[in-house]
Design a protein around this ligand. Structure first.
Ligand code: TXA
Ligand code: MG
Length: 310
């Protein structure tokens, strides 16, 4: 993709003035603000209508820029070396000297950090004098945006600027792993757990619904397309959209599929776009067929399960 430096400069100028801009990443678009500024971070929460106790992910260019804010450990260094920049977010302990806004973290001593791979995001991060706090660019509890027009649909004129970056290549949020003690996955996402396991070479726990409220975003209804969803459906109701992984032989108007050949990675990439399309096509309910629960199928099932609690 061709980088438009004038656009990046425009975004930089706004960010330097503590304004929010939407930025592309390889997972989903984000609403970005200066992570060192309380003012900028407050604007992010307001725009998204996000509860104040749900902390933001902080985006860095590279490890050098992270050192002042977090304690690094061996597991982190291993995964960083292999997967970054890329679709993985690490929970680490913050240093006492960290300059990250307490608004971004809701006063927590931990920090969620990520190194996005998208060339536009990387260009921005390389030249800014601060890291970027960026939650997904959607109204809180709704599905993430994977194109600039998705962002426009959600925020309209409320967002000062949307930095164009084409369609997000992965299309689903980053995988979150807590590395402070025993590695624990907190959110399934754009990097498969099996792949992380191969590099860490130790047991990884999975805790997608922590009982304490430390990860509120993982607890509540989330990823809702704004239409009720029914899962593992065998019998479709009249006037209901039917969503499946593979293209079916009976190609009715109300049938939507996530991947022509049934490839789970491609299906994850298309999930949010298809859900938005079903809503735009005015269906009042979505029936989902059975989806294989392995690899990216697990991530898709996780999102649909949360969305079905609408
Ligand atoms: O792919 C992504 O990660 C995208 C792009 C824009 O980078 N960002 C994203 O951010 O998905 P958001 O805010 O929609 O999701 C961040 C999740 C939330 O569920 C939040 O609760 C969790 O990360 N989180 C943030 N800080 C945390 C912390 N210190 N400990 C545990 N969880 C944390
Ligand atoms: Mg989100």
């Amino acid at each position: 993709m061709k980088i438009n430096l004038a656009n990046i400069k425009k975004a930089m100028k706004l960010l330097n003035n503590r304004e929010c801009v939407a930025i592309p990443t390889e997972t989903v678009y984000g609403i970005a603000g200066n992570a060192y500024s309380d003012t900028a971070c407050k604007k992010i929460f307001k725009l998204k209508k996000r509860p104040k106790n749900n902390p933001l992910i902080i985006h860095y260019y590279d490890l050098k820029k992270l050192r002042g804010d977090c304690d690094l450990n061996n597991d982190f260094l291993k995964l960083y070396k292999r997967f970054c920049p890329g679709p993985i977010t690490f929970i680490l302990s913050q240093k006492k000297t960290s300059k990250i806004s307490k608004v971004a973290t809701n006063q927590k001593s931990t920090l969620a950090v990520r190194f996005p791979k998208h060339p536009v995001a990387r260009n921005l991060l390389k030249y800014l004098k601060f890291p970027i706090a960026a939650p997904s660019a959607n109204i809180s509890s709704r599905i993430s945006a994977v194109t600039s027009s998705d962002v426009k649909d959600d925020f309209g004129k409320k967002i000062k600027y949307i930095l164009e970056g084409g369609r997000s290549a992965i299309g689903i949020e980053s995988t979150i792993i807590d590395l402070r003690k025993k590695p624990t996955i907190l959110r399934l996402g754009g990097l498969e757990v099996e792949v992380i396991q191969r590099i860490l070479k130790k047991k990884i726990s999975i805790n997608l619904n922590p009982s304490n409220i430390s990860v509120p975003g993982q607890l509540r209804i989330h990823y809702s397309p704004g239409v009720p969803i029914r899962l593992n459906v065998k019998k479709i109701k009249k006037n209901e959209a039917f969503l499946s992984i593979k293209k079916s032989k009976i190609n009715k108007k109300n049938n939507y599929f996530l991947s022509k050949k049934g490839n789970l990675k491609e299906a994850a990439k298309n999930l949010y776009t298809i859900l938005r399309k079903i809503k735009k096509d005015n269906y009042k309910s979505i029936a989902v067929g059975k989806i294989q629960n392995k690899g990216f199928g697990k991530t898709i099932n996780d999102r649909l399960l949360r969305a079905s609690k609408f």
